[in-house]
Design a protein around this ligand. Structure first.
Ligand SMILES: N[C@H](CCC[C@H](N)C(=O)O)C(=O)O
Length: 284
């Protein structure tokens, strides 16, 4: 099958975006993995599929697949920013504010006049069963209004804050992201038995109450240059732990994101870049 695609990136997190609005696109895991493969395919952290939505008031369905495994996942924040730029560029909508639904969420995407995109990422979820995270037998260390959960079998002193942005996240504070054990602890926390569906792992360095640095070892993808849901999860954890104010600049290796959360039931707002890199065709 000859397949048209658009290559996009949001703060260096890169995507193959496919248009499934005219005719349903049912790709096998092998075909999805081929699209994600940086040698034998196009190469991308995730594959994003755009579909029409049958839900009243919702413009599109937004499906996300990790490029390495072809597994469908619940959310991709950087991808959401690229999604709205894509549907606009392809003339699939003339709206600058677009409602999309994912497998377990509903997002509002807004193209801004300054060229960036703001996404209402919904409220964070803290119930362990929703990640899922198995805390049985663990004694957390409380700080501010949140907990650090010890994972001593990863390393003495390794402790994570856990929450969901639709997809699961574990966040730990480090003194310096450049020297943080991302390559060592990242995969070991990602695949830890206490995360039955695995987890994205954020390494957070607090510079001030409104500025942080972040590296993320993503579930299924390894370290990416940026992770949008990871930036949201890290800022929410930092706010609940008492380290951060309600609006934070997040410096990632691929670019900067602005994350805002007023606490409680408020939604998390993420603002950042979304760029088209090239268009292409591939024989799958
Ligand atoms: N690897 C993630 C999906 C992509 C998330 C990330 N690219 C983002 O921008 O949020 C997961 O398995 O949950």
């Amino acid at each position: 099958m000859r397949l048209q695609f658009t290559k996009m990136q949001g703060a260096g997190n890169d995507f193959v975006v496919l248009d499934g609005t005219a005719a349903p696109l049912a790709l096998s895991r092998a075909q999805l993995r081929r699209l994600g493969d940086r040698r034998f395919g196009v190469g991308a952290d995730q594959i994003l599929l755009v579909e029409r939505s049958a839900t009243p008031g919702v413009d599109f369905r937004y499906r996300i697949f990790n490029g390495a495994s072809g597994d469908e996942v619940e959310h991709c924040g950087n991808g959401a920013r690229c999604f709205v730029r894509y549907v606009h560029r392809r003339g699939l909508t003339s709206k600058t504010t677009v409602e999309v639904e994912t497998v377990n969420n509903r997002l509002t995407l807004q193209l801004r006049s300054d060229g960036r995109v703001t996404v209402d990422m919904n409220r964070p979820v803290f119930e362990h069963a929703r990640l899922p995270f198995d805390a049985a037998g663990l004694q957390p260390r409380a700080e501010g209004g949140f907990e650090h959960w010890p994972l001593a079998d990863v390393a003495p002193g390794c402790e994570v804050a856990v929450l969901s942005m639709g997809n699961p996240h574990a966040v730990l504070r480090v003194a310096d992201v450049d020297t943080a054990p991302v390559a060592d602890w990242g995969p070991r926390i990602e695949t830890h038995a206490r995360f039955p569906r695995r987890v994205n792992v954020g390494f957070l360095q607090v510079l001030t109450r409104s500025e942080v640095r972040l590296r993320v070892h993503e579930r299924d993808a390894g370290e990416t240059l940026a992770c949008g849901t990871g930036a949201c999860a890290a800022v929410v954890a930092g706010i609940r732990l008492g380290w951060l104010d309600a609006a934070v600049e997040v410096h990632t290796r691929g670019g900067d994101l602005r994350i805002e959360w007023a606490g409680g039931e408020s939604p998390v707002l993420m603002t950042g870049p979304a760029e088209t890199v090239f268009e292409g065709e591939i024989e799958l």
